[in-house]
Design a binder for this molecule. Structure first.
Ligand code: Z5A
Length: 212
C-alpha cells in the first residue's frame, strides 16, 4: 500500500509576528509525536535565484519590481520537485512564508493588482492549511525595531497587512487566523491544534494546486 502523504502547512504574517519561532516549534512538536516533519522558508536564499533575492532585500542590488516578483515566484517553483518528493515520502512540510507573501508584498506596491501578482504562483502545491499570525503594529514594535532590509517600514507593512486581509477572503484556501499577541507557548498551542486537525484530511486527499 502506498504510504500516506505529508501535510503542507504554511505560516504567514507580518514582520515580527513570530513565524520562524513557531515553524521551528511546530516541526519539533510533530517529530515528538512521531510525525516526520521538516521546515522550509521562502525566500530560500541558498539557491542562485535566492541569492539574487537576498541581495535585493539587503539593498545591495536594485531590481525592477515585476522582475523581483517573478524571481520570488521562481524561487518557489524551483523547489517544487523537492517539496513534492518529501510530501510523497510522508514528510510534513512546515513553510515559513509562501505565495501569499509574494502577492501581499508586491501588490502593496503602486500599480500592481492582486490578480497579476497571483498568476505566476498558480498551480503551486496547495497548502492544506495556512495560518496567518495576526499582530498589530504596536505589539510588533514591542518585539524590537524594524530591521534594515527592504520593506521593513511601518507604512509598507500596513499596506501589506491590508493585502493579506484581501487574500484571506478567498475560501478556496484553508486559512486560520492565529492571535500572535499571546506568549510563545499560547501561539504554539493554537498552531499545533490546527495542524493536528488537518492531518487526516491531508492524508486522504491528493495534493491540490493553488488558485486553480
Ligand atoms: N517577501 C516578498 O516580498 N515576496 C515573497 O514572495 C516572499 C517574501 C516569500 C523576507 O524576509 C522578506 O521577503 C519579507 C517578505 C518578503 N520582508 N519583510 N518584511 P525574511 O523571511 O527573511 O524575514 P521575515 O519573514 O521578515 O522575518 P520576520 O517577519 O522579521 O520575523 P518572524 O519570522 O515573523 O518572527 P520571529 O523571527 O520568529 O520573531 C521575531 C522576534 O519576536 C524574535 O525576537 C522572537 O523571539 C520574538 N517573538 C516571537 N514570538 C513572540 C511572542 N509570541 N511574544 C513575544 N516575542 C515573540
Amino acid at each position: 500500500m502506498a504510504s500516506k502523504r505529508g501535510a503542507l502547512i504554511v505560516l504567514e504574517g507580518v514582520d515580527r509576528a513570530g513565524k520562524t519561532t513557531q515553524c521551528n516549534k511546530l516541526v519539533q512538536a510533530l517529530i515528538e509525536r512521531g510525525r516526520p516533519a521538516e521546515m522550509m522558508r521562502f525566500p530560500d536564499r541558498s539557491t542562485t535565484i535566492g541569492q539574487l533575492i537576498s541581495a535585493y532585500l539587503q539593498k545591495k542590488s536594485d531590481l525592477e519590481d515585476h522582475t523581483v516578483h517573478l524571481l520570488f515566484s521562481a524561487n518557489r517553483w524551483e523547489l517544487v520537485p523537492v517539496m513534492k518528493k518529501k510530501l510523497e515520502q510522508g514528510i510534513t512540510l512546515v513553510v515559513d512564508r509562501y505565495a501569499f507573501s509574494g502577492v501581499a508584498f508586491t501588490s502593496a506596491k503602486p500599480g500592481f493588482s492582486l490578480d497579476w501578482c497571483m498568476k505566476p504562483d498558480e498551480g503551486l502545491p496547495k497548502p492544506d492549511l495556512v495560518m496567518f499570525l495576526q499582530l498589530n503594529p504596536a505589539e510588533a514594535a514591542l518585539r524590537g525595531q524594524f530591521g534594515t532590509e527592504r520593506y521593513e517600514t511601518s507604512a509598507f507593512q500596513k499596506a501589506v497587512h491590508e493585502r493579506f486581509e484581501q487574500l484571506m477572503k478567498d475560501s478556496s484556501v484553508n486559512w486560520k487566523v492565529i492571535d500572535a499577541s499571546q506568549n510563545i507557548e499560547g501561539v504554539h498551542n493554537d498552531i499545533r491544534t490546527h495542524s493536528l486537525n488537518v492531518f487526516n484530511e491531508a492524508q486522504n486527499t491528493p495534493l491540490g494546486e493553488l488558485w486553480r
